[in-house]
Ligand binder design. Structure first.
Ligand SMILES: [Zn+2]
Length: 149
């Protein structure tokens, strides 16, 4: 004898589907990483503007010198020129570093040590925003450079 179950009482328990299971909606974090160091970005941009301003002043200063006909001492004029060229060279390098730092910010790789891949502490970034190395790696690098002579 077979016991047949009639399908009459098939109660659906589907009402128990957890509707309220709130999962945090994954907000699109587009650009969120870029805003990781907003104040340092501001510092970099300010420094960049200051350098561009300085370079302009150096150039203006040179024009002033050239306007003085009694600067007959060619040697000292050359020293002046070398000096301003050195300044410009140094500032050009720094400017490049700043640009690179800003690029790293855009690429969300800013603040990561190039050498060991660790996060560079905020304090160090704040003090030296263009750095690409953590203090440990920077120390090692300097020791290597000294050893090389
Ligand atoms: Zn490192």
């Amino acid at each position: 004898m077979k016991i047949r179950r009639s399908g009459t009482g098939t109660r659906s328990t589907k009402s128990q589907v957890p509707v309220s299971a709130k999962r945090p909606v994954n907000k699109l974090k587009t650009g969120a990483k870029n805003a990781k160091y907003p104040d340092i970005r501001r510092d970099l941009e300010r420094q960049r503007a200051a350098i561009l301003n300085d370079v302009g002043e150096v150039l203006t200063h040179r024009d002033d010198l050239a306007a003085f006909p009694d600067v007959s001492d060619q040697a000292s004029a050359e020293v002046d020129q070398n000096f301003s060229m050195r300044i410009r060279e140094r500032e050009r390098k720094l400017l490049k570093k700043i640009d690179e730092a800003l690029e790293r910010m855009d690429a969300a790789t800013y603040g990561i040590c190039e050498r060991c891949g660790e996060d560079i502490p905020y304090k160090r970034l704040k003090a030296r925003p263009v750095t690409t190395l953590c203090i440990e790696c920077k120390t090692i690098q300097e020791q290597e450079e000294q050893a090389r002579g």
